[in-house]
Design a binder for this molecule. Structure first.
Ligand SMILES: [Zn+2]
Ligand SMILES: [Zn+2]
Ligand SMILES: [Zn+2]
Length: 272
């Protein structure tokens, strides 16, 4: 499988507009991998994860093929992951001769997308998914599980399996809820993990609920290792960064390297 990170920041992006904090100033000055748009990912050029306000920009920058997309998984309904107004671009008046894009979302995202999909006259559709209930998108077997994040956004993390490979996409979440650990323990070994690292190095507090940092990422990976869900060949990426975490990309590298974690950046592609 191949994952391409087409956006890697939390809500504000890095640097954040309006902001004059050290991280934002430094990111702007250094540029390159320190500049992050809002989180979105693409699996094998055919399965999109999340649909935020940077989607049009990501399409222009990376040029992926909409006709190849078998679906779009929505993690939750916060606007850095779901920006429904732009789904209406799938309507006839704005785009022509294209396939229906199928979205998959838990309750809150489902309701939001349903309202706008109904206005696209078949250009977009949405399927309701529930934590703990496996479903199929194209060749992908997908298990949504409960995330530790704002309840009103119906947050889920996804275990995604295809071609004999398994990955976990776990953003925005703090330390996983126990009922998710129960599901995870039945999933077997993962080839790839993508973990929420909004709190960056985690120097400024716990980052146990809502989001994680490198400190709570390590705690999560160790528990997974104990359950034989990860081993030394599992590729681990930390992703979804905020300036409020306190570090830019360059400052994450040395610490992440100690644990063999890969720090995401916009445009990064990983095969596993
Ligand atoms: Zn987010
Ligand atoms: Zn800032
Ligand atoms: Zn969120």
């Amino acid at each position: 499988m191949k994952i391409k990170y087409i956006g890697t920041a939390a809500y504000e992006g890095v640097p954040s507009p309006f902001c004059n904090c050290r991280v934002c100033k430094k990111a702007k000055e250094l540029g390159g991998r320190n500049i992050r748009s809002r989180s979105q990912a693409l699996i094998n050029d055919e399965l999109l994860i999340d649909f935020n306000a940077d989607t049009v920009f990501h399409y222009h920058k990376y040029g992926f093929d909409w006709e190849k997309l078998c679906g779009c998984l929505i993690t939750h309904s916060h606007c850095d992951h779901l920006y429904p107004d732009d789904i209406e671009i799938a309507a006839r008046g704005y785009s022509h001769e294209h396939r229906t894009l199928n979205f998959y979302a838990a309750q809150s995202g489902y309701e939001i997308i349903k309202a706008v999909a109904d206005k696209t006259d078949g250009g977009a559709a949405v399927t309701l998914v529930r934590a703990g209930e496996r479903f199929t998108v194209g060749k992908y077997s997908v298990l949504p599980m409960w995330a530790n994040h704002s309840e009103m956004t119906s947050p889920v993390i996804y275990s995604i399996t295809a071609d004999g490979k398994k990955m976990l996409y776990a953003h925005d979440t703090g330390i996983f809820p126990e009922k998710t650990w129960q599901l995870l323990s039945g999933e077997g070994r993962f080839d790839f993990l993508s973990l929420d690292c909004t709190g960056c190095l985690g120097l400024g507090g716990g980052w146990r609920d809502g989001h994680m940092s490198l400190v709570t990422n390590r705690e999560t990976v160790e528990r997974m290792r104990g359950l034989n869900l990860v081993d030394e060949n599992t590729k681990i990426v930390v992703n979804h960064f905020s300036h409020n975490g306190g570090q830019i990309y360059d400052e994450m590298l040395e610490e992440a390297k100690k644990y063999n974690y890969i720090v995401s950046y916009d445009g990064m592609e990983i095969e596993f």
